[in-house]
Design a protein around this ligand. Structure first.
Ligand SMILES: [Zn+2]
Length: 378
């Protein structure tokens, strides 16, 4: 259980197979985000139909509503949501530091105020492990202290060192919870350190000293830093990461980010952009973005993306999708959300094939050129 094997490499890019209690995940892979126990607006069969092998659940949201005790009483998040493939939960740290109001941070944990009803809560490394254990995902994440993308060296060092101390506490509590039960959840650490090379490397070194781990996550990216800065952090970390463990780049998942991450050795991605953009009528294609509400689509009988195999593209016209958005029919946001998920998942699937057949670099170069050719912003 929790085994990872490399099936092939192409330069820095990797194709692997991760075995988890709820199934096997072939990497590189994109994980749709089921924020509150559902991928926003979609039926689990639609998420499965888009090719998702693993999805995410958000500890912060599920802790506030319905509460982990309720989820546990109903058999855990898999049974409750009927998603029977692998699942990962985040630690809640990201939302506590970004979404909730009036937080107070101390060495023990974080006080925060619910964005739903203003109620007061406290999250610590220990309580994050208890919540995630009750939710029951295959992979739990260590509780980390996250900072904005362009934090000072001093602030980033402070947060990185605290994250290591919290990692030890996360691990201890997770081991206590897991003791005596069959292996059903593993815990992954998160590399922090902002955009500072020395801190990133120190964070990774501290994590590996506290190992072994079944996977390693890279956090604190795509939070306001530039794309070259994000690529640089991956370039710095990639040679130092264990080759025989999966690497998860947290919260990153625009199409070009996926490609650049894969090229730099990342195996797993998640991001809400696919469904968020889908709800707003922004669709990804190999030629860049299509605005589904746009007037030019009014009489367009062609498919949204002629290369896509999702239902929105194989069954409906651009004109019909546009009509759904203009008329505010719920089917429109749903179909474009599915399309965007399928686009990212297909991108990861194609990357895997190109890694395995040794043509990844030429394929990736052609992909970039085409994606940005029509003036789509990098
Ligand atoms: Zn499609």
């Amino acid at each position: 259980m929790f085994e990872f094997s490399l099936d092939g490499t192409a330069g820095g890019a990797r194709a692997g197979t991760l075995t988890l209690p709820h199934g096997v995940v072939q990497t590189p892979c994109f994980m749709p985000v089921g924020t509150r126990g559902a991928v926003r607006g979609l039926h689990p069969d639609e998420v499965r139909g888009a090719g998702a092998q693993i999805i995410l659940g958000n500890t912060y949201h599920l802790h506030l509503r319905p509460g982990e005790a309720t989820v546990a009483a109903l058999g855990g998040l898999h049974k409750f949501s009927t998603w029977d493939r692998p699942m990962l939960t985040d630690s809640g740290g990201f939302q506590v530091f970004s979404l909730s109001g009036m937080r107070k941070l101390d060495e023990n944990g974080v006080d925060f105020v619910s964005h739903i009803d203003g109620s007061r809560h406290r999250l610590t490394p220990e309580s994050s492990m208890e919540i995630q254990w009750a939710l029951g995902a295959d992979i739990a994440m260590a509780f980390d202290h996250r900072l904005p993308g362009q934090s000072s060296h001093d602030d980033a060092r402070d947060a990185m060192e605290r994250t290591l101390r919290w990692l030890e506490r996360s691990r201890r509590r997770h081991e206590e919870l897991a003791a005596g039960s069959p292996p059903r959840q593993t815990l992954w650490p998160i590399v922090q350190g902002g955009t500072h090379d020395d801190l990133r490397l120190a964070s990774l070194e501290g994590i590996l000293e506290r190992g072994p781990w079944t996977g390693v996550a890279i956090g604190g990216l795509s939070v306001g830093e530039t794309k070259p800065a994000m690529h640089h952090v991956l370039d710095v970390l990639s040679p130092q990461l264990p080759t025989d463990r999966p690497r998860y780049l947290m919260g990153v998942g625009f199409p070009d980010d996926l490609l650049e991450g894969i090229a730099r050795g990342v195996d797993m991605f998640d991001c809400v952009a696919a469904t968020r953009n889908g709800r707003h009528g922004s669709a990804w294609t190999a030629d860049g973005k299509v605005q589904v509400r746009g007037a030019p689509l009014r009489l367009d009988e062609g498919p949204l993306d002629p290369e896509c195999d999702c239902e929105g593209c194989t069954r409906f016209s651009r004109a019909y999708l546009r009509h759904l958005f203009v008329a505010e029919e719920q089917l429109g946001p749903r179909l474009v959300s599915i399309h965007n998920l399928r686009f990212l998942i297909r991108l990861a699937e194609t990357a895997r094939l190109r890694i395995l057949d040794g043509t990844f670099d030429t394929w990736a170069a052609a992909w970039r050129q085409r994606y940005f050719a029509k003036g789509n912003a990098k």
